[in-house]
Write a protein that binds this ligand. Sequence first.
Ligand code: TRP
Ligand code: SF4
Length: 332
Amino acid sequence: MKKRILSGMRPTGPLHLGHLAGALENWVKLQDEYECFFMVADWHALMSEYEDPSKISYYIYEMVLDWLSCGIDFNKSTIFVQSDIPEHLELDMILSALTPLGWLERCPTYKEQMREDKTRDLSTYAFLGYPVLQAADILLYKAERVPVGEDQKAHLELTREIVRRFNNLYGETLVEPKEILTNTPRLLGLDGRKMSKSFNNYIALSDSPEAVRKKVSGMFTDPNRIKLSDKGHPDKCNVHSYYSIFAPRVNEPKVDLGKLEGDCKQARIGCTECKTKLADMLVKFLSKISENREKFEVQNIKDILSKGTEKARKVSGQTLLEVRQAMKFILN
Ligand code: TRP
Ligand code: SF4
């Protein structure tokens, strides 16, 4: 029996290279070894996008298209949208009833988001409960493993605490999940800041070749290299970190990283040329994904999601029944 995985992403904008290198590639690899459930977390998206939720449905569609184009295989994995499955909110409510407020207020991601994101008011009731809904997502499928980034570790810990509390109160029912930490290369935004939707400093998986070239040409380079004759420091250059992350993923055009580093250090290559080559490489890399995109139509995506919903609901319905039975919170 394969172990089960659940993971999710929020449909709040186009997927970018950071999502690919940080999560999606890993999901693709896990598909053979695990029984995978991949969820579009649209309720979680609503928590931050509530002022204008009208784009969420477009992003759901685009996100699933990106997943499929990058190699998520709907014959192997179950793909579904959170809000299509009512059990998520039902279990969320049940778990909310037994989760102390202090656990949520202490959660580092909560405090950090409130501090960092000044563009919107996140001091809402739902946002405080973000990790409880995430716990419900995982626990409904009795997932033993959850592939997540470092930033989500606290949510997994909280999920385990909720499981222990539930099982103590009502008997062994829910399963404690462990994280699979994706050891991801740290990919910064084009401007050297954290890659983020609100900074608009990313290359989207669906960007056109022209957009990619324009974005790469505007990237920040080694700040100490002003003239062509100045020797460069590739280790301080964001263009170079993109090379080191993506060159191993591209066969054509082949990039000799060592030579490039030497050329930069000895001022044998200028930044403009260096960036043009990086753009060539990324355009090539993304062309495979965009070719795959063409293979799917709106109707395909709808069919894939409704098949996924059906499969997911069998599991979630069963778990919710067990939960209510354990609690003796059930109508006979
Ligand atoms: N919080 C996750 C993120 O922002 C998304 C998410 C929602 C998720 N539910 C989940 C991830 C369940 C893993 C498991 O990336
Ligand atoms: Fe960066 Fe390339 Fe310029 Fe060197 S040559 S500083 S690696 S952009």
